[in-house]
Design a protein around this ligand. Structure first.
Ligand SMILES: Cc1cc2nc3c(=O)[nH]c(=O)nc-3n(C[C@H](O)[C@H](O)[C@H](O)COP(=O)(O)OP(=O)(O)OC[C@H]3O[C@@H](n4cnc5c(N)ncnc54)[C@H](O)[C@@H]3O)c2cc1C
Length: 462
């Protein structure tokens, strides 16, 4: 079988905020360098450098799911004039509420905890954001290729030398069909994993290259989100609401969010920790039950679901981040665990990590040296960055919730005073992998029991 072989200087796997920021920043650094050399600055021009972003979805953004209340810090560094350049912001955040929901009632927390303060943040669609970023990257000469699912990492003598794209036209049993098309081999001097959480390649490479040795296990949540089209005048554009409590029992991590995206759309979502002790806890059903709460139901009255999606979120934080560089490899964004679980925010960190990878790769290009030692400069850059500062300040956030909601909230308070330590003043708190916390069905209180067949097709959907 003949496979097409493509050669790139650098390839980013995944066209999310991390991969696109990395590719765009690298293209900008090269262009700036070459322009300076042309003006007489010392050094040689880098010339034609091939930068590719390989995306599995049919269109950029099609697989992205997010609120999205974005802290603009990363984007501002990448593109200081992002507003003038047409960044598709739907609204600026105008108000913040944190609600505690009981079975039938609700109360507003008198103060918004600092980590949930969205002052200065923007509301936008992740799909629209990355489509716009892809356009900006392409304008700078980056190849953004869709329908390119990287299926296999190619490792030669311990060095990642490229990826193999998944074959097309394969039957469910693995047999080639008449439209069979073998996936290409994509070689690069460096491959940057930006696959989002729990990526195909990350799952192959983490054990093979020992990237999780000595780390806490990663813990996931599933975020399920719906966009609700509302009649005119029913949405408070820019309003952000976060909720705790109903419908989750206190031993399960998670909560709800409602964002007023524009004057006719609510984004309504619910995050359920997959380390729930209850084996029947069902993220989809939790969102459906969340909407039946009187507080949420009243907001959605008269509207209808326009779209729906679900996606994993890496929640375990700083101590569960994999080793971020290896021979031929860098890891950014959710793939590298760059997500602040306390804020439910990862986009600004994904963008920043992509930029730090780009700065490392630029240095490699200048030196003509892609050795693992030079690539390891990325880890130093991360450690010295504000991204590490932010993640370190909440490094034991998720661990606190293993003791339940109230222990978790107490731990959050202690962490704010101690700079991220837990209530025993430990710098590093271990955590369990999700499956280790799950009880046997017979021992569990089946709080999240799926209510199959009980969806009404209007407020609750199957
Ligand atoms: C419900 C929900 C709400 C959220 N709310 C917020 C919020 O309000 N604010 C915030 O900042 N963050 C939020 N986040 C988190 C945020 O979406 C992520 O942190 C961010 O998208 C991470 O960017 P990324 O580039 O690392 O990965 P992703 O955005 O996941 O992008 C990864 C890309 O890689 C592609 N891909 C994956 N595997 C492969 C492969 N093998 N080959 C080719 N392509 C591949 C995917 O299709 C995808 O396009 C939320 C997440 C969820 C799920």
């Amino acid at each position: 079988m003949e496979r097409e072989v493509l050669e790139f200087d650098v390839q980013f796997i995944g066209a999310g905020p991390a991969g696109l920021a990395g590719a765009l920043h690298l293209a900008n650094l090269i262009a700036k360098h070459d322009a300076a050399v042309a003006q007489g600055a010392p050094g040689k021009p880098l010339g034609e450098i091939t930068i590719a972003v390989l995306e599995k979805a049919a269109t950029v953004g099609a697989h992205g799911i997010s609120g999205l209340a974005m802290d603009p810090r990363g984007l501002r560094e990448l593109m200081p004039d992002y507003k003038e350049q047409g960044c598709p912001i739907e609204s600026d955040v105008t108000s913040d509420d944190v609600m505690f929901l009981t079975g039938g009632g609700s109360f507003r927390l008198p103060i918004v905890p600092p980590m949930l303060d969205n002052h200065g943040n923007h509301l936008l669609s992740l799909g629209n954001l990355v489509a716009w970023m892809a356009q900006k990257a392409e304008e700078k000469g980056v190849l953004v290729a869709t329908e390119m699912p990287a299926a296999r990492a190619l490792v030669d003598g311990g060095r990642v030398v490229g990826v193999q794209i998944g074959d097309k036209g394969v039957s469910k049993s693995g047999e080639p069909k008449p439209n069979y098309q073998p996936g290409a081999i994509c070689h690069a001097k460096a491959t940057v994993l930006c696959e989002g959480p729990r990526g195909t390649l990350a799952r192959q490479l983490e054990p093979q290259l020992g990237l999780m040795v000595g780390k806490n296990p990663q813990v996931y949540a599933t975020g399920v989100k719906e966009l609700w089209e509302m009649p005119a005048g029913r949405v408070q554009k820019g309003r952000v609401i976060h909720t705790m409590g109903f419908p989750l029992p206190s031993d399960t991590f998670g909560g709800g969010f409602i964002y007023g995206m524009n004057d006719h759309t609510w984004a309504v979502g619910f995050v359920t920790g997959l380390d729930a002790p209850d084996p029947t806890s069902d993220p989809h059903c939790n969102l459906q039950r969340f909407k039946t709460h009187p507080f949420v139901k009243a907001l959605l009255e008269g509207g209808k679901v326009a779209s729906y999606g679900a996606k994993a979120i890496p929640e375990a934080g700083w101590w569960a981040m994999p080793k971020l560089s290896a021979d031929g490899l860098l890891i950014c964004g959710d793939s590298g665990g760059f997500l602040n679980g306390a804020r439910l925010k990862g986009t600004h960190l994904a963008i920043k990590s992509g930029m730090l990878a780009a700065e490392t790769l630029f240095e490699c290009l200048l030196a003509g040296d892609f050795s693992k030692e030079r690539l390891a400069g990325y880890e130093k850059r991360v450690d010295a960055s504000w991204a590490a500062g932010e993640l370190r300040s909440v490094r034991n956030f998720h661990q606190g919730f293993e003791g339940g909601l109230f222990a978790g909230m107490f731990n959050v308070g202690v962490g704010m005073v101690t700079g991220g330590r837990d209530w025993l003043l430990r710098d590093r708190v271990p955590n369990h992998a999700g499956h280790q916390r799950m009880k046997k069905l017979a021992e569990a209180h089946a709080h999240g029991k799926p209510e199959n067949g009980k969806f009404d097709g209007a407020l609750t959907v199957d």
